[in-house]
Each structure stands twice: as C-alpha cells, then as structure tokens.
Design a protein around this ligand. Structure first.
Ligand code: IMP
Length: 498
C-alpha cells in the first residue's frame, strides 16, 4: 500500500484534492489521507459553507473552516486558510475553542491577511434573499454570496482589517452604507428573526432602530481580532516560498459543478472551487500543481440545494422533498425502503440513508441520483484526469446499477454560441448552464450489481468483477484514470490502482 502511494506521489511536490461533482464526495478523508505526506495543508476557496465531521477525543465536532490537517501529527506541518476564502472569525473562534477543549494546540495554523472577511450582515443578506421564490438557490446561509459580491464590488473587508481597527471602522461604515438602503425596504420583523439566529449570536448585532448595530460589530470583531491576531499572516508568501521544496496539499471545498465560473450557474456557490480557483486562492499559479486528484462519488452522486440534477432519483418530487426535509423526517421511510425499491423516490431515500447523505453544515437531505458521465466529461476539461472514486461500498446491495452515459436534450430551441440545441439532440459533454441542464434527459446503461460487501477488500484484484467492469467503463467513457477506489470511511479502506 505504502509503495503505491509513493508511486502516485513520486516527484510531486504540490497536489490538490478537489471534487469533480457537486461537493460532498469525501474530501475530508483524502485530505487526512495525504496529510501525512504534506508539510503544508491549505484551503483556498469557500468558507463556512463547507463542513466536515471531526472526532476529537470522545466528542464529534463539525468543522467548517479550519483545515482537516490540523489534527494530523504536528511535526512542523502548517495549516493555512488562504486569501481566496470567505473567513468568518466567529466560526473560526468556535473551532479554536473546540481544539482547546480537547487540549490540542494550533500554533501551526495561519490565516491569510487577504481572506475575505464575513460580516454579520452578509449572513443576513444571504438569508433574506434566499428565503424563497423563484430565484432561490438553497444556500447554506453563511453569507458566502454577499461576501464575494462585496469583494468584487470593491467594498469588502479583509482579515487584515481586523489588525487596524480605525480602518476597520471606516470600511465597515462604508460597507453598511451600501447595505442599509436595501435592508430598510425589507420587513423589520423578518430581519429581526434572522438576526436572532444562533449563527448571528442570537441578536447580538440587532438594533431596533438601525437594524444593525455598528457598535456591536466593532466590539465583537475587536474581540475576535485579539484572539486570532497572532495567526494572521502573509500565507501566500509562505506557500510560494515553500514551492518545490516542501510538500504542499491544497484542500478543495465544494465541487467543480458548484464553481461560480464553471458550475451549473446560477445554482452555484460564489467562489471558483475548481483546482484553478484553489491555486489562485492560496496564491500560486495553477501550473504549480503537480497533481490534481478529482473526487467523484460512484456509483451514485448527490447534490444539496436547488439546481438541475439530470439523474436525480425521483426527479422533481425528490428535489422538493429534500428542500425541506432532514434526516429525522424520513426516518419512517428508510425503515422500509431498500436500495432496490421500485419507487425511485424511496430508492433514493434508501441510498441516502445507506450513504449517510445528510449535510454536515445544514443537516439537509442531499438529493441522490445515478452517476452522470456527461458531467464528469465536462469537469475533466478544466479539472483533472486523475479520479478517486468514493463511497463505492454504498451500493453493494444494489441489484442493478445505472450509469448515465449521455443525454437527450428535450427543451426548447437554445442558441449556444454558433450552434443551436434542438429537442432530440444527443449531448455527450454536459453543458452546465442551468437552463440547458434542466432539459437534459439521461440515457442509461444498466449494470448488474456485485451484491456482496466490499468494505474489507484492499486490492483492485479482489474487487468483484462486476465492479471492475464498471470502473473500466467509466475510464473508457471519460478518458479519466481511476487512481484510487474508496470502500469505506476509514483510512485503510482505500484501494490504490497501479
Ligand atoms: P452557498 O455556498 O452557501 O452560497 O450555497 C450555494 C449552493 O452551493 C447551494 O446549493 C449549497 O447547497 C451549495 N453548497 C455550498 N457548500 C456546499 C458544500 O460544501 N457541499 C455541497 N453543496 C454546497
């Protein structure tokens, strides 16, 4: 096993672990897996919209911002939250507290001075706008969209502003001047309700007259500044200086299909969570990445929130169900539903239950569908050709497994650059624009399942032949190279392919 990892990483100094789908493909496991090798582990995109469950002592914590590598044996390893991220100091301080509670030190943790600072009203705006109606994205409510909007609108604050309180106050006032006219047009009771959410410190920033208390923000953010000031650094320089000399692991967030630049726009997050965005977000050139490992769940996939998902089991019914229901809401169904259910909605529930597909950040039920190769072909164009297939054990009891090989376009005429898509057209590489993707009907190839547990299998040769056939099918269809197959959450449940 060891020598196979060494072979994969031979001659590599900087690698990235990203997701080739809609997120939640198990990056945490593989960041942990490669953390042993790495000297520097850095995040460069997204913010507290990501979430990974971490076991510390006898307690389980959900971490949103601090890189998973923080728990790895220290030995000079450095963990970084890079400049491309949306940095919520409240969440970070809570996560630092959890580390302290467990008696863990974090003197190897640094935050980029360029990271985009999340302010309370970013969360408020995110929740107000995404409350419902036709434009709903189904965001995580962590202020991600508004914080990046401010960055590109050139009125954002950065983590460095926490170190210069007078400048912080000036910039905060400028920023609030931009937001308040809109907020005053909204129902104050709705605003009050949101401002009392626990993520907004249960009313700490609420002001009956002004809606938002500038003084409370200044006071609270000054406290955060005191707690984290020693960790604020020029992390971009740290990473650049280490290039070619140290082993650097870049930890992706979300997934290619949620990228603001390449994803199923507008149903995306607000950062570019591809390897390109990740490299930029930690301050290096994309070309510095010696290897990008792209994760894809197989042989099902998931999506959280709104947006097109061609292979979704139960289609619209599932989308609606998952928009409002959490794990507890489907407890009765999953007692009787099986992964072979003839009803696709309940089959999806059973797969969700088997794969524990409930959001770490929001608790929401993740929408479940079959593996989609047109989407995988599309993400390969700007991502990587080296695949890690994750959660492969989840469908071990499935009698028949479908893989979507192509689409048939069934929508109205759609002009796309110099061509026009017509109903009945065959689509091989997905076109991610939401208005196209939602009119794409999957064409499936059905495979017999392998019908036995594989969580104890440790070599490719021992995998059931049915499963090997499907892996080779993916490679032939996408021209990706499957490097690793994950057959369970534990580190050793990892099969390297020669
Ligand atoms: P936002 O990033 O909170 O603005 O949410 C935008 C969209 O991205 C929503 O559909 C979210 O469900 C989705 N999203 C954001 N973060 C994650 C993640 O870590 N995993 C899966 N989906 C995510």
């Amino acid at each position: 096993m060891k020598s196979q990892i060494e072979t994969l990483l031979q001659g590599k100094r900087t690698i990235g672990v990203i997701c080739r789908q809609f997120g939640d493909t198990g990056k945490g496991k593989f960041v942990d897996y490669f953390a042993e090798w790495a000297d520097i582990i850095a995040r460069g995109t997204g913010g507290a919209n990501a979430g990974h469950t971490i076991k510390l002592g006898s307690n389980e914590y959900i971490f949103h911002l601090i890189p998973s590598g923080i728990l790895y044996d220290k030995d000079g390893k450095i963990n970084i939250i890079g400049g491309g991220t949306a940095f919520d100091p409240g969440i970070v301080c809570t996560e630092l507290q959890a580390l302290r509670t467990e008696g863990l030190s974090y003197d190897n943790l640094f935050f980029s001075h360029r990271a985009k600072l999340v302010l309370p009203h970013h969360m408020l705006l995110d929740r107000l706008r995404d409350a419902g109606g036709s434009g709903k994205i189904g965001t995580t409510g962590r202020g991600i969209g508004p914080v990046y909007e401010d960055h590109y609108g050139r009125i954002g604050l950065t983590v460095n502003d926490l170190l210069n309180i007078d400048l912080f106050v000036q910039k905060l006032r400028r920023n609030l001047r931009d937001k308040l006219p809109f907020l005053r047009t909204q129902d104050p009771e709705v605003i009050k309700g949101i401002m009392h959410h626990e993520h907004l410190l249960a009313g700490r920033y609420w002001d009956e007259q002004k809606l938002i208390s500038e003084d409370a923000i200044i006071d609270q953010y000054s406290k955060y500044a005191l707690e984290i000031e020693a960790m604020i650094a020029d992390t971009e320089e740290m990473v650049c200086m280490a290039l070619g000399d140290k082993n650097i692991l870049l930890e992706g967030a979300q997934g290619d299909l949620l990228s603001i630049d390449y994803g199923s726009y507008p149903y995306t997050t607000a950062s570019d969570c591809t390897s390109r965005g990740l490299a930029k977000g930690v301050g290096i050139r994309e070309g510095e990445l010696d290897l990008v490992l792209g994760l894809a769940k197989a042989f099902y996939m998931t999506r959280v929130g709104e947006g097109p998902f061609p292979t979704e089991l139960g289609e619209m019914e599932s989308e609606k169900w998952c928009a409002t229901n959490k794990k507890a809401d489907e407890a009765e169904f999953v007692k009787i539903a099986t992964v072979n259910d003839s009803n696709e909605l309940t089959q999806g529930m059973a797969i969700r239950n088997a794969g524990k597909e409930y959001g770490a950040t929001t608790g929401r039920a993740r929408r479940v569908g079959w593996l989609d190769l047109p989407l995988l072909r599309y993400t390969q164009q700007f991502s990587s050709e080296d695949l890690i297939l994750t959660k492969v054990d989840v469908l071990s009891q499935c009698e028949q497994i479908k893989i979507c090989t192509d689409y048939t376009y069934v929508g109205p005429d759609y002009r796309l650059g110099t061509t026009t898509l017509h109903a009945g057209d065959h689509v091989r590489n997905a076109i991610p624009a939401a208005e196209v993707l939602r009119h794409c009907q999957p064409v499936y190839k059905t495979f017999p399942g392998w019908m036995k547990p594989i969580d104890d299998v440790r070599s490719y040769a021992e995998l059931p032949t049915e499963l090997q056939t499907m892996i080779r099918f993916i490679e032939n269809e996408t021209h990706d190279a499957v490097q690793i197959v994950s057959v369970g959450p534990e580190r050793d449940q990892t099969i390297m392919i020669d």
